[in-house]
Design a protein around this ligand. Structure first.
Ligand SMILES: Cc1cc2nc3c(=O)[nH]c(=O)nc-3n(C[C@H](O)[C@H](O)[C@H](O)COP(=O)(O)OP(=O)(O)OC[C@H]3O[C@@H](n4cnc5c(N)ncnc54)[C@H](O)[C@@H]3O)c2cc1C
Ligand code: FES
Length: 261
């Protein structure tokens, strides 16, 4: 993990409110594992010292990228930054996904909205290709279809308004696929918490291994402030763990959903 000032290579709109930001960070890129994140200080944001966490989307040579949605104060300022400007990043952070072993399980990835960003490196570094199930409210929320197809992955889309792919929630095509065959498969998911809980429940019901990336609100990003804790099972009870250090990726069986609300 390094704290560095990095230079923006590009910052382009992807679809609607989503942007792809590429930064040059030669010392950070060799360290990045799938599912890890960068904690970004948006330097022109005068009144906000707080960093914003973003999954590391792609790594290419000495650059890495993030795929972000413009949702508020920080991401709005970020979306107006241009090539040549600087950001401060701490990266890579967190405990990421377990990359499948060669000849091991076939990965089934499940993503909602910008959750796709956390998935790409895992897909790229997995020795075997699999299926990525992607869901969103509307067509514009379906990201990276071409990126996954370009590395040989099958992409199955579900939108709530039916404007692209199957109409409904992403868990529908996932469940249908697992009912066809769950043997030798493992789930990996990132997206809104209700989606993660639903995927975790499917994994438990079908007895298939599953890792979930839990994106909680974060402050420090390095384990000291405890803003980001979730409840995980411990013995007969539960304990808090930090999503920024013990996570964001957890084995779905470890999460204490029943006491998490
Ligand atoms: C580990 C991790 C990885 C993430 N990866 C990505 C990513 O790849 N792409 C991406 O677009 N976003 C990602 N996020 C969410 C991102 O950090 C927030 O959207 C961002 O911090 C919002 O900053 P803002 O100043 O624009 O919004 P604010 O003005 O601070 O808030 C605007 C809205 O965004 C919501 N928000 C703020 N922080 C979060 C958060 N941590 N998670 C969800 N909603 C939040 C607020 O509740 C509010 O509704 C990730 C979050 C975590 C914890
Ligand atoms: S964000 Fe501070 S401990 Fe996790």
């Amino acid at each position: 993990m390094l704290e560095q000032t990095v230079t923006i290579v590009s910052n382009e709109r992807d679809t609607d409110q989503y942007f792809r930001l590429v930064v040059r960070a030669p010392q950070i890129t060799p360290l990045i594992q799938p599912g890890q994140f960068a904690h970004v200080r948006i330097l022109p944001l005068k009144d906000a010292l707080l960093r914003r966490p973003f999954s590391i989307f792609q790594v290419a040579g000495d650059t890495f990228s993030i795929l972000y949605k413009n949702v508020g104060k920080g991401t709005e300022v970020l979306s107006r930054m241009r090539a040549g400007e600087e950001l401060s990043v701490i990266a890579p952070l967190g405990h990421g996904f377990t990359v499948p072993a060669a000849g091991g399980e076939t990965p089934l990835l499940v993503a909602g909205g910008y959750g796709m960003a956390a998935m790409f490196l895992l897909a790229q570094r997995s020795p075997q290709t699999g299926i990525v199930f992607v869901g969103g409210r509307r067509r514009v929320d379906i990201l990276c279809e071409k990126d996954f197809a370009a590395i040989g992955w099958e992409v199955r889309v579900a939108t709530e308004d039916g404007s692209h792919g199957e109409k409904g929630l992403v868990t529908q095509p996932l469940l249908a696929e697992l009912k066809r065959s769950a043997v030798g498969r493992k789930l990996f998911a990132c997206g809104p918490t209700p989606m993660l809980e639903a995927v975790g429940k499917i994994a438990e019901d079908i007895a298939v291994a599953c890792e979930l990336s839990m994106d909680e609100h974060m402050c420090c990003g390095v384990g000291t402030c405890l803003t980001c804790v979730i409840k995980v099972k411990a013995g007969d009870g539960w304990e808090y763990q930090r999503t920024c250090t013990e996570g964001p990726v957890f084995d779905s069986r470890s999460i204490a959903w029943e006491v998490a609300k």
